[in-house]
Design a protein around this ligand. Structure first.
Ligand code: DPM
Length: 320
């Protein structure tokens, strides 16, 4: 059936969390604007990551925890595409599926949200032993490196659950992505936007990735209208860097990218969980060779000891 066929329905798979649904409904509305003759339907699907809430994310460690059920839906043709936070989409996709489109990135930084008793404080000024909630090894390692006076505790659940735990006093502060809070209309909870000098963001953070069946030219033609080329170049470099370091979604690897004219600069870091060792470097190259730039930076960090850090972390997680 052609794109212009009047009876065409395209089905979009989404996770059930509020944030996932906000993101998917945005994609649905944008596509609907471009293709008024097509019907776009959203199918909300529970993923493993939404169900297992009592085990630390790093321990589960499974790549694709938040994406697998959505992928099965596409392969069985119940859905035609899936909308993901790009940072939750593994760098290697199952056979038969592809990353068909990357949308415009919003602010990719991390944010500190504090319990009301700490209004006026920042990461620097929070008292000794203040408890910061995060399940991200990347955030943990970088914040430990810069703020050894703080204590860290795992926090799980969706954004609303985490905020409720913070407000109930279980934590003095929690770290969340600026992008998620903004999309949920909760920008007022952002207490401090953490600069890249302190916390390099996760690969793909702040962008959406639309996954579809490989070679599904009809769907590719539709979703292409949402593609943002600078974001695509930046995140392809970031994803190549992560892929080359063999990192799953739960490793202390952070990045930052910027584009100036034809040039793309990629900053990358790998840190040990105690924050003691932090390897960070950067490279600049042509945007046209974004993926190769990511691979080269990964090799550069390897030469500086990144492999040993990642091997040690993997062993530590297995022992837990
Ligand atoms: C991934 C991580 C986290 C999510 C790890 C990381 C955060 C887990 C945590 C790969 N996925 O960032 O180092 O802090 O406990 C996630 C969020 C968003 C997408 C929430 C968040 C929203 C931002 C976006 C969970 N996935 O990071 O606060 O769409 O980029």
């Amino acid at each position: 059936m052609s794109v212009s066929s009047p009876s065409r329905t395209i089905r979009i798979g989404s996770r059930k969390s509020q944030l996932a649904l906000v993101q998917t409904h945005w994609v649905q509305a944008e596509l609907q604007k471009h293709f008024p003759e097509i019907t776009f339907e959203v199918e909300a699907i529970s993923t493993q990551g939404d169900k297992i809430l009592d085990v630390a994310l790093a321990k589960i460690g499974d790549k694709g925890l938040f994406t697998k059920e959505l992928e099965v839906g596409m392969l069985s043709r119940e859905t035609d595409l899936a909308v993901h936070s790009l940072k939750d989409l593994p760098t290697n996709l199952p056979e038969g599926l592809m990353l068909g489109c990357i949308t415009t990135r919003v602010n990719p930084a991390d944010a500190l949200v504090v319990n009301s008793k700490h209004q006026g404080q920042s990461l620097e000024t929070l008292p000794e032993g203040a408890v910061i909630g995060t399940s991200s090894l990347r955030r943990l390692a970088q914040l430990r490196h810069h703020f050894p006076h703080l204590a860290f505790k795992d926090v799980r659940g969706n954004v609303n659950t985490r905020l409720a735990k913070l407000d109930a006093g279980e934590y003095d502060g929690i770290i969340l992505a600026v992008a998620g809070l903004e999309r949920l209309g909760m920008s007022d909870r952002i207490h401090q936007v953490i600069p890249p000098e302190i916390s390099l963001h996760a690969v793909g953070q702040g962008a959406l990735g639309i996954e579809c069946r490989e070679g599904d030219t009809e769907i590719l033609e539709v979703i292409k209208v949402l593609e943002d080329i600078p974001t695509r170049d930046r995140t392809l470099a970031e994803r190549a860097f992560l892929r080359e370091l063999e990192g799953g979604c739960q490793v202390p690897i952070g990045v930052n990218t910027s584009i100036e004219g034809e040039n793309l600069t990629l900053i990358g870091m790998v840190a040990s969980l105690d924050g003691q060792t932090l390897i960070k470097d950067q490279m600049t190259g042509e945007t046209a060779a974004a993926e190769s730039l990511g691979q080269q930076l990964a090799h550069k960090l390897r030469q500086q000891g990144a492999d040993a850090i990642l091997a040690e972390i993997f062993a530590q997680i297995q022992r837990q």
